[in-house]
Design a protein. Structure first.
Length: 139
């Protein structure tokens, strides 16, 4: 017979949401017709191939300093199309033109998630900045 502590742990394991595995840094990953890259750290962020991505989603604190380690969901028309974990401060996105939504939460944090919408289109890279004001600027 299972004790109460064991039953609680089992229930938590069964009901806890599973997060996707962290993406490899600087490696494109496809989700259907959408391609994403987790980057923004060191010299790899300056790779010329990243300029081909029309959207750069950035994570920052209240002082506009980069934050790393976000769980990100991209959706279109209310339907999730990509669910990922990025250890860096940027997620690059390319794919079919259209209106998309992004929601992100900083992993291991109680800070409120941040959300934004963007139009994916050709042209210069658009910056979509998700700010997490619960994180104070470094002093």
């Amino acid at each position: 017979m299972m004790n109460l502590h064991g039953a609680i742990l089992l229930a938590a394991a069964v009901t806890a949401p599973t997060l996707p595995q962290p993406m490899s840094m600087d490696t494109p990953v496809s989700f259907g017709s959408i391609q994403t890259v987790c980057t923004g750290v060191g010299s790899a962020k300056d790779d010329p191939q990243w300029s081909r991505y029309p959207v750069r989603i950035e994570f920052s604190n209240g002082g506009a300093q980069y934050l790393s380690g976000a769980h990100v969901t991209l959706s279109q028309g209310g339907q999730p199309i990509a669910d990922l974990n990025c250890a860096g401060p940027w997620v690059l996105v390319q794919g079919p033109a259209g209106r998309y939504q992004v929601s992100a939460a900083i992993n291991g944090s109680t800070a409120r998630p941040a959300n934004a919408s963007f139009n994916l289109r050709n042209g210069p890279t658009q910056r979509v900045v998700l700010r997490f004001p619960d994180f104070q600027a470094n002093e």
